[in-house]
Design a protein around this ligand. Sequence first.
Ligand SMILES: C[S@@+](CC[C@H](N)C(=O)[O-])C[C@H]1O[C@@H](n2cnc3c(N)ncnc32)[C@H](O)[C@@H]1O
Length: 241
Amino acid sequence: MKGQFYIVGVGPGDPELMTLKAVRVLKKSPVWLAPAAHKHGCSTALSIASGVINGEEKEVLTHHFPMKKVHAGKPADPEVERAWREAAAIIAEHLENGRDVAFPTLGDPAIYSTGFYIFTTLMEVVKDMSFEIIPGVSAIGATSAAAGVPLCLGNERMVVIPATFEDDKLKRILSDFDCIVLMKVHRVMEKLITILEELELLDSTVLVEKTSLQDQRIRHDLKAAATEGIHYFSTMIVRKQ
Ligand SMILES: C[S@@+](CC[C@H](N)C(=O)[O-])C[C@H]1O[C@@H](n2cnc3c(N)ncnc32)[C@H](O)[C@@H]1O
């Protein structure tokens, strides 16, 4: 019998934010394949999981996925596609040999996670693949909790966007919605500050860096944050009063 594939959301950093189901599935899976942002680098998802589960008796693999933009509905960069295919081939071999494989992923698998690209690629190579996706606490909810700022109440409308996309769309979205969650902000802080200032939304914005981790920082002064430089794990909430 083939093994089962699991994409496991491990939450935003604090191991206590892993669900009971995530912990159970990771404990029972003999193979973990975790994403690493850098070649020979460590995997954040793996260190979160290792905060709760002893991975010593497991076959723990990491796989490097280049950090390049992927536009929905368009072919990805060949280097990125190759990384997905290589990871899928490694996972497929374990599944064909009857071993369950868990893919721990930061936050929730449904939100900007490599897990779904691997899943789609795997579906093409493993016939009748048995799988389960375990949702996790996203950085979105964790950022709201850390900042003490709700995301939507009553009839308010919320939107989540990656901050790295086109300025005109960004301005329109910032104008149209009541609450805007901006992810992937770390490289575009200057641009964001200019737009937020222009729309008089700077005072309605909070940025949380490394939400739920021990060195978490809640930043209301975005200009100071931009000058000091912020970590990739940073999420902004713009909530209109
Ligand atoms: C590739 S996305 C992954 C999102 C993840 N799947 C989730 O559900 O939170 C990476 C972005 O998530 C956000 N992020 C992830 N972990 C975070 C943390 N601990 N604190 C703040 N933002 C975080 C940042 O905006 C980062 O650029």
